[in-house]
Design a protein around this ligand. Sequence first.
Ligand code: ADP
Length: 177
Amino acid sequence: LESKEEFSHKTLAMDVMRPRRSDPPLSVIVQDGMSVEEVETIIAETSYSGFPVVVSHESQRLVGFVLRRDLIISIDNARQRQEGVVSPSRIFFTEYTPPQPPNSPPPLKLRGIMDLSPFTVTDHTAMDIVVDIFRKLGLRQCLVTHNGRLLGIITKKDILKHMAQMANRDPDSILFN
Ligand code: ADP
């Protein structure tokens, strides 16, 4: 992420973030109550390096960020070693785990593997500032919000791809479109 000249001041986080309008929505994990099986399905059906953790699908309030590899390791360990963690077990990223209904399998507490303060910018943040932050903090990804709601994600590769696209384009078409 060396040269940032490719970014005109008009490029904003919303222009680089995923998902695009035509993409499927962001894959997120809800902080309390998803089953082991549901989370395993998300892991199996996507190849993303990580997942934002949110309060609820409705609110899209960001709680943290969890890496795919940490989720896989923790769930595998729990299935193998922890007494009784099975597919219907509930996963909690919250500080406190509510009492489980009688006869339900033990919950799996994963707050410990979550990054509690993932870097975020708003959708209107200028990309030259985002690039600066990536370089200075050595970020791999950054989350994008609007009025506190999670909107998208920008990875280092997304930025590099965007830069390459801008570089290949006819300068006039960038100026006049
Ligand atoms: P990389 O960009 O290094 O390949 P990822 O594999 O995590 O990293 O992401 C691949 C693409 O999917 C990127 O364009 C990224 O913005 C997007 N992405 C990353 N995480 C998610 C997610 N949880 N839900 C939806 N899209 C994501």
